[in-house]
Design a protein around this ligand. Structure first.
Ligand SMILES: *Cc1c(COP(=O)(O)O)cnc(C)c1O
Length: 235
């Protein structure tokens, strides 16, 4: 009985340690300081208890995908001890569930969503840190800003008073290693900083999941978002 009770949390703990060591290995291979890279547990569909196990195992933050699920687990006290992030597709009408709860929203995919965050953050008298989701693979079915549109769209986003744009988030086409979309994203960040960096500091890259996080870390990721490799395959 006891052994069974312990084993799930124990497995999550071992998985987190394994990711930590893979993260460290990739960072050092790229001559980066491993502490520059934060491990975000992607907790969609996971119970509050399993989220707590990941936090106890030492993840740096947890990231949810659905605003409603986040609100429910928030009520259950699932997130205590680490910053809560939002990483899922974000619709305007869900923004108010997130502002004031999330330390960072990774997935702002349109100016309309950014403007709604501005409105809600202003109401609460706070500044909301966000990343812009970039559709780096230019996939039709994916949301996010196309890289080339950012040059036109950024000035109005950087002018927002209660939204702090800190960088980019990408989900590259699955299973594609060439071209290196992580390196392209890093280059985009460098180009954008060259153009707009004097107004606000845009420096953060959220990229890399269970199957490709080491490549993302080598290319310059600051947040990796890991689900299956921590919690097991989703059913
Ligand atoms: C589910 C999810 C992840 C984690 O994916 P895994 O392959 O399970 O590691 C990362 N980012 C986003 C946006 C996700 O929805």
């Amino acid at each position: 009985m006891m052994e069974k009770y312990c084993s799930d949390a124990e497995r999550i703990r071992e998985n987190v340690l394994q990711i930590r060591s893979g993260l460290r290995e990739a960072a050092l291979a790229a001559r980066r300081d491993p502490s520059e890279v934060r491990l975000v547990a992607a907790t969609k569909t996971q119970s509050a208890e399993r989220v707590r196990a990941a936090i106890a195992a030492g993840v740096d933050a947890v990231g949810e995908n659905r605003a409603q699920e986040l609100a429910e687990k928030w009520e259950q006290g699932a997130y205590e001890g680490v910053p809560l992030h939002f990483i899922g597709h974000l619709q305007r009408n869900k923004v108010k569930l997130l502002v004031g709860r999330c330390a960072l929203i990774h997935s702002v995919g349109s100016a309309a969503v950014a403007l709604e965050i501005e409105r809600q953050a202003d109401k609460l008298g706070l500044t909301q840190a966000v990343l812009l989701e970039v559709n780096i693979g230019r996939e039709n079915e994916k949301s996010g800003f196309l890289p080339e549109t950012l040059y036109d769209e950024l000035p109005q986003l950087l002018a927002l008073q209660c939204v702090d744009v800190q960088g980019f988030m990408v989900i590259p086409p699955a299973g594609v290693t060439q071209p290196n979309y992580f390196a392209q994203t890093k280059q985009l960040l460098i180009d954008i900083c060259g153009k707009f960096g004097h107004t606000k500091s845009i420096y953060t890259l959220s990229m890399g999941m269970s199957d490709d996080y080491q490549r993302a870390v080598m290319a310059g990721a600051h947040f990796i978002r890991i689900g299956a490799a921590i919690f097991g395959a989703r059913t």
